[in-house]
Design a binder for this molecule. Structure first.
Ligand code: GUN
Length: 294
């Protein structure tokens, strides 16, 4: 069977162009240019790349962006003071604290300190709770990007069996919530994780598999039903001496053997990754327009 590749890069580019058009109109009519601030602590390679791409995407969308850098040994107090300043800064519409944070900083404490009206990552408990009961809010960027891809490719999700692999606060949990909800996925959702005894069996019955466990090549051909839709959220860096960078990104899906079974599948890179950043841009535009909160 011929599978269709889901092109996240092209989809994200198209959506960012639409955002840029809208921003141009807003500014032409005397409105405010949306402003996203990002806070990066330390020098984790993956985080550096993500933040660089977020700043670049802001330019493409016509947003203002500001990057705040802190060293690895920054204290929790310093970071809380930074959050407080950004909460109060009237020019900043939304901001993100790039995760993970160094071990000596309580991530949840930092997230709780963010004004939920500027929480464009959708990590604050108010946004998480509102999302869970279907109220307008900032939705976590990776799940929102995946929903957008499914819509963009007219993939039917209503009434389908969806297996979410992984239960993280950033991807697995919100993804399962959204796929279950009537106004989004409207699917029958099963969440599997490292201790699920029947993980392979659940996957084999799934119409849609969303893999977000961060283990390279975890999803193999024997776990995938013919005609399934497979969304690969994995982006693990694995050493690769043939690359200039010394590594390549590996997804959670063993692409070469799984793809021939699929109706649709996302590649890594170029699948979910670009859509995550695109969703952050959508959320920032919504923050600028005060779409959810005054
Ligand atoms: N680390 C991995 N994904 C994300 C994300 O979507 N937002 C932030 N702030 N940190 C992350």
């Amino acid at each position: 069977m011929e599978y269709q590749l889901i092109d996240g890069k092209a989809t994200a580019t198209a959506i960012k162009q639409q955002i840029a058009e809208e921003v141009k109109n807003i500014v032409a009519n005397g409105g405010k240019q949306p402003h996203l601030a990002a806070v990066l602590v330390g020098h984790d390679g993956g985080s550096e790349t993500y933040v660089k791409n977020k700043v670049l995407s802001c330019e493409q969308c016509g947003f203002k962006s500001t990057l705040f850098r802190y060293e690895e040994n920054t204290t929790e107090e310093e970071l809380l003071a930074c959050v407080d300043r950004l909460n109060k800064d009237e020019d900043v519409d939304g901001f993100i604290i790039q995760l993970p944070l160094p071990k000596h900083i309580d991530e949840q404490k930092i997230i709780m300190a963010i004004d939920y009206r500027k929480d464009v990552d959708g990590f604050h408990p108010i946004n998480v709770g509102r999302m869970a009961i279907g109220l307008p809010c900032f939705i976590s960027a990776t799940p929102l990007g995946i929903l957008t891809l499914l819509q963009h490719y007219h993939i039917e999700t209503s009434g389908k069996k969806c297996v979410v692999l992984g239960r993280s606060n950033i991807v697995g949990k919100p993804m399962a919530q959204l796929m279950m909800q009537k106004q989004f996925g409207d699917s029958t959702v099963t969440v599997c994780h490292s201790h699920s005894a029947t993980l392979k069996e659940e996957c084999r019955e799934a119409d849609i598999i969303i893999a977000a466990i961060g283990r390279p090549d975890f999803v193999t051909a024997d776990m995938v039903k013919k005609g399934a839709v497979v969304i690969d959220v994995g982006t693990t860096r694995v050493p690769d001496a043939t690359r200039k960078s010394g590594f390549r990104l590996s997804g959670d899906v063993k692409f070469d053997e799984v793809a021939p079974l699929c109706s649709y599948i996302t590649p890594v890179p170029g699948g979910v990754g670009p859509m995550t950043i695109c969703s952050l841009m959508k959320n920032t535009l919504a923050a600028g327009k005060k779409e959810y909160y005054k």
